[in-house]
Structures are given as structure tokens and as C-alpha cells.
Design a protein around this ligand. Structure first.
Ligand code: FO1
Length: 316
């Protein structure tokens, strides 16, 4: 049995995750998910990237937006707004049920991993999807207007602030879950795939968890990252803007360099093929492919390319 781990956060990562579930069974792939976007809002514990993955894998997601549920109604949020509540974060009626249930179960003592497994199972997703830690880690953005909570930066202020630095704050030392550590020691593990999520907002928070990056490396299996840029631009979201503000050259070369200390392979979009040689110089292997995932077939093809690259690098 060949097993893979996929590291994901946000909408782009969830797209590739869906492709992976179409070619790998629930015992062949597990997902490690960013929780740095999590926050308390309206008195509820909200885990956007866990929910984006859950809705995507269950086929319930809002396909246009990539987050939240399809076919939502907004009656509760409208009524909440009329009572003077903050409505900048759009929570639909059925999405609210997920946050109510998560908040309730956490308050009753369940871990985030247990809550996540329960929610996924109830929505018919039987793949292992693990939060990066059961301890809270919060992404905070240092901007020209001071330090902002992630969702205030990303949604309330629509990424308009200039990013000076990004911080991952954990109330206590956040460490990887046993589910992940056991999986990384599994002799059947054959590869780790870093999905085309935002490197700074979705992947770095996961790598900030104490000992997590080291555990990935210690697994000694190939680690392959899919470029989140196409022709030097992000498919959606603020990746390009953040790279400029962090004084990084807007190129997949910068992303490969950002991951250089733990990945062995990089999947470059075919429109960026001219950068392959430069990236190879850093010692990692490079494959070019179509990384724009417009259709389900695109998701499946890119997933197969990533799995094949892990197998190539492992020598099987
Ligand atoms: N993103 C937005 O840009 N606007 C929203 O109103 C919004 C609401 C929302 C509700 C539930 C959820 O799971 C995700 C939501 N997102 C929204 C996306 C969220 O900001 C994520 O953090 C991003 O997808 C980045 O990972």
C-alpha cells in the first residue's frame, strides 16, 4: 500500500485535494490542514480552511467562491446584522450549523481533531483530515496600520493593508497531533505533497508548528510542492501582492527558494518553464505541468503528476 500526505490550506489547496481523492483511496492519502486562519467570531470557533476542505471534498462547497457552502441562505446573518452584529464575515445558515457544532463540541472537551473527524464524517467525507495542531495557532499580519488578526486583514479589510511581516502566535507551544506523527512514521508512506496554497498564509503556519517541519523531513520520503503561481501571478488571493510587499521577486523561483529547506521536488506551471533550470540548480527536481485547475480533470491530472513525481523521486 502506498500512502501520501497532502498539506493544504485555502481554496487552491482544496482543489488539488479533491483531485487526490479521485485517484487515491481514504487509506492512501491523508490531509494536513492550516488552522492559522481560525478565529472566534460571533462567539463561535471558526476554522475556515478545515471547512473549505470539508465542503470541497463533500461536494457541498460554493463553487464560485471556493469557500462556504453552495446554495446558502443568509437569514441568520441578516437578522444578526439588524441587531447590531458585525456581518463582514459572511456566514450562511447551514455553515453556521458547523460552527455551532464545533464550538459546542470544543466546549465539551473534544479536541479540534476529534471535532473535525466528526464533522467530516457527518458530511460524508471519510478521508483523514487533520488540523496542523490541536493547540490554537493564530496567523497575525503586521501592517502599516499595526498588527491585524488574519481574518481582519484578509476579509474585513480585503487584503488592502501593506504586509510588513507575518506571525504565527500560539497560546502555548503548539505541537503536531499524534495522528500526523504516527502517519509520518508509517513504512507505507511514500510521499508528501504541498498543495498550491498560499506559501505565506497557508503553508508557513503549518510549518510553524513546533517540530512539524522536522517531522516531515525525518520521514525521509520525497516532498513535492506545487507552484501557487502561474505566469508569475496567483490564481486568486493575495499571494502576488504579499510577495511584492515582502520584497520577494514575483516568480516561482522565489516560492521554490522559500520551500528549499524541506522539499525535494517542485511542480512548475508550463507557462513558467523557463525557470526550471534555475530552480534545479538549488538541488531539487522540477517537473512542468498545467497547474491551473479549471475542471475536475485538471485537478485529477495535477494530482496524478504530483503522485508520479513522488514515486519517481523515491525510485519506484
Ligand atoms: N472569505 C472572504 O473573502 N469573505 C468572506 O465573507 C468569507 C467568509 C467565510 C466563511 C466561512 C469560511 O469557512 C470561509 C470564509 N471565507 C471568506 C474564506 C476565509 O477567509 C479563508 O480564510 C480564506 O479562504 C483563506 O484561507
Amino acid at each position: 500500500m502506498k500512502k501520501y500526505l497532502a498539506i493544504t490550506g485555502g481554496v487552491g489547496g482544496a482543489k488539488l485535494a479533491l483531485g487526490l481523492t479521485k485517484i487515491l483511496s481514504k487509506s492512501e492519502v491523508a490531509f494536513l490542514v492550516n488552522t492559522g486562519d481560525d478565529f472566534e467570531h460571533m462567539g463561535l470557533s471558526i476554522s475556515p480552511d478545515l471547512d473549505t476542505l470539508m465542503y470541497t471534498l463533500s461536494g457541498l462547497s460554493n463553487v464560485e467562491l471556493g469557500w462556504g457552502r453552495g446554495g446558502e441562505t443568509w437569514r441568520c446573518l441578516d437578522a444578526y446584522k439588524k441587531l447590531g452584529g458585525d456581518s463582514w464575515f459572511s456566514l450562511g445558515d447551514e455553515d453556521l450549523a458547523v460552527h455551532l457544532r464545533r464550538t459546542e463540541m470544543l466546549k465539551l472537551g473534544s479536541s479540534l481533531s476529534e471535532v473535525t473527524a466528526d464533522l467530516f464524517r457527518h458530511l460524508g467525507v471519510d478521508y483523514s483530515c487533520w488540523p496542523m495542531s490541536d493547540k490554537p495557532v493564530r496567523t497575525q499580519i503586521e501592517t502599516e496600520a499595526g498588527r491585524l488578526e488574519f481574518q481582519h486583514y484578509f476579509v474585513r479589510d480585503r487584503c488592502e493593508h501593506v504586509v510588513k511581516s507575518i506571525h504565527f502566535v500560539s497560546s502555548s507551544v503548539a505541537y503536531p497531533t499524534n495522528n500526523l506523527l504516527r502517519y509520518l512514521e508509517d513504512p507505507d508512506l511514500c510521499g508528501i505533497i504541498v498543495c498550491p496554497s498560499n506559501p505565506f498564509l497557508s503553508v508557513d503556519p503549518i510549518l510553524s508548528v513546533h517540530g512539524l517541519k522536522e517531522a516531515l523531513i525525518a520521514s525521509k520520503v520525497p516532498i513535492v510542492a506545487v507552484s501557487p503561481l502561474i505566469n508569475g501571478q496567483a490564481v486568486k488571493g493575495p499571494t502576488a501582492k504579499i510577495m511584492k510587499e515582502l520584497r520577494l521577486v514575483l516568480s516561482p523561483v522565489s516560492v521554490a527558494a522559500h520551500y528549499q529547506d524541506f522539499i525535494n521536488g517542485f511542480i512548475l506551471d508550463e507557462s513558467d518553464a523557463e525557470h526550471a533550470v534555475e530552480i534545479t540548480k538549488s538541488g531539487m527536481s522540477v517537473v512542468t505541468a498545467q497547474t491551473l485547475m479549471a475542471s475536475l480533470d485538471d485537478r485529477i491530472n495535477l494530482a496524478q503528476t504530483a503522485v508520479n513525481m513522488c514515486d519517481e523521486l523515491r525510485g519506484h
